[in-house]
Design a protein around this ligand. Structure first.
Ligand SMILES: Cc1ncc(COP(=O)(O)O)c(C=O)c1O
Length: 417
């Protein structure tokens, strides 16, 4: 791989997914398309999303509540239509996925089922500097159980400040505290550093220790190859507005390993939408759960949000998940090269080689100026106080020329700030 405009052109020419960019609305500034590198934050809007929403509005308008059951595309079937592409992306069986709620809510629901402190086994092992909402969730959940987080939380720190956490350190801590850990809960890709953890090895270590293993996959779903079923992960949850392009506040999802779907020792909070689908409307007093992960659903889901996600998952299906991953690997290498060749002393790349699309650049000086200049020049990247620029070019709507342009502009900006 070489870093040149000619090579970027060649990569774009050979890119079997190049036409997929046209399926998205690319933000513009004064009529010129911006270069959008924020798949890690809010994925772009598929052009089909508005039609997908309109169809639900049309059904609602024409058929009212009948739309749940009647017509060509009854709302009751919408959830299951999301499972094909999602199960492929998550490496899961269809019955292990339930598309529901929002991520932070789902984290709490998963803790209810999978964090069951008992006897000596009463601790939760997590990564230091997890996404703030996860930190609020695990500390408040411990407090809700009457447990002091200072005594019941094991936080794995990076060896040096502002660096990635070593997988080995997580595994060593799991082994060290094997008798005390009830749950290991890690963000699959760290939101700040972009590090992709070795989810297979961590799951194996947690299971050998006799603990439950759960992942927050907000930054990993649609951004990394996952084999949740095969790895024996107990549960996972994610949001769909980043790499899955499901829209702002998109409906989230959970994965529950099929080992647990009929496990009477796993308890849940119940609601009528988790009732066995065929009998839900018989309105029985006693709860009869669905035989799959949808038993974790609580209330009526938004058909509009399902429709948004359906529009974007159809694009993944058309592209083929394997092709998305293949292009991602090339983007990753081209971006890594383009950053390395900047050879600038004013920033360090925080992200280790094991990562998805995201790269985080830690600025020792002038970071904000660089960010502002990038923005002026049409690049949409992300500024994290106090000194980090994150960027995540993605396979479905970014080109290799986008990365070349970024390199070219950064070179100019770094020379002039
Ligand atoms: C890793 C991670 N966890 C949790 C959240 C919170 O998600 P939500 O606001 O959808 O609950 C986010 C949001 O970006 C996130 O990145």
């Amino acid at each position: 791989m070489e870093l040149s405009k000619k090579y970027a052109d060649l990569l774009d020419k050979d890119d079997v997914l190049s036409s997929f960019r046209n399926k998205f609305i690319i933000p513009e500034k004064e009529g010129i398309q911006r270069t959008y590198f924020l798949g890690n934050s809010l994925g772009l809007q598929p052009k089909t999303t508005s039609n997908s929403i309109d169809y639900i509005l049309h059904q609602w308008g024409n058929e009212g509540v009948e739309s749940f059951f009647n017509g060509e595309r009854p709302w009751m079937d919408l959830h299951d239509q999301l499972l094909g592409p999602l199960s492929q992306i998550a490496g899961a069986q269809k019955q292990e996925i339930s598309v529901m709620g929002q991520l932070t809510i789902n984290i709490h629901l998963m803790f209810v089922s999978f964090f069951r402190p008992e006897g000596k086994r009463h601790k939760m092992l997590v990564e230091a500097k997890a996404f703030p909402s996860d930190q609020y969730a695990f500390t408040s959940y411990l407090e809700h159980l009457g447990l002091n987080p200072a005594d019941h939380l094991i936080e794995i720190q990076p060896q040096k400040e502002n660096s990635a956490i070593q997988d080995e350190d997580i595994i060593a801590a799991i082994e060290k505290h094997a008798d005390e850990i009830a749950l290991v809960f890690i963000g699959g890709v760290n939101y700040y550093t972009g590090q992709l953890f070795d989810l297979e090895r961590i799951a194996k270590a947690a299971k050998s220790a006799g603990a439950m293993i759960g992942y927050d996959l907000a930054h990993a779903i649609g951004n990394a190859e996952l084999k949740l079923h095969e790895w024996g992960v107990d549960f996972a949850c994610w949001c769909s507005y980043k790499y899955l392009n499901g829209g702002p506040g998109a409906v989230g999802a959970i994965f529950v390993h099929d080992n647990h779907l009929h496990n009477k020792q796993i308890s849940r909070l119940n609601g009528w939408w988790g009732y066995k689908k065929e009998e839900r409307f018989k309105m029985h007093k006693l709860f009869n759960p669905a035989p799959d992960a949808t038993s974790w659903q609580l209330g009526t889901p938004s058909m509009i949000l399902y429709a948004c996600l359906k529009a974007s998952l159809q694009i993944f299906e058309e592209a083929g998940w394997k092709a998305v991953l293949e292009k991602q690997a090339k983007i990753r290498s081209f971006l890594a090269l383009s950053i390395k060749e900047l050879k600038s002393p004013i920033f360090t790349c925080l992200t280790p080689d094991k990562r998805g699309c995201q790269v985080s650049l830690l600025f020792h000086e002038k970071g904000r100026q660089v960010y502002d200049r990038l923005f002026e020049q049409g690049f949409m990247v992300d500024w994290r106080e106090p000194n980090v620029i994150r960027l995540a070019p993605v396979p479905l709507y970014n080109s290799f020329n986008d990365i070349w342009k970024f390199h070219h502009s950064m070179k100019e900006i770094l020379a002039s700030v």
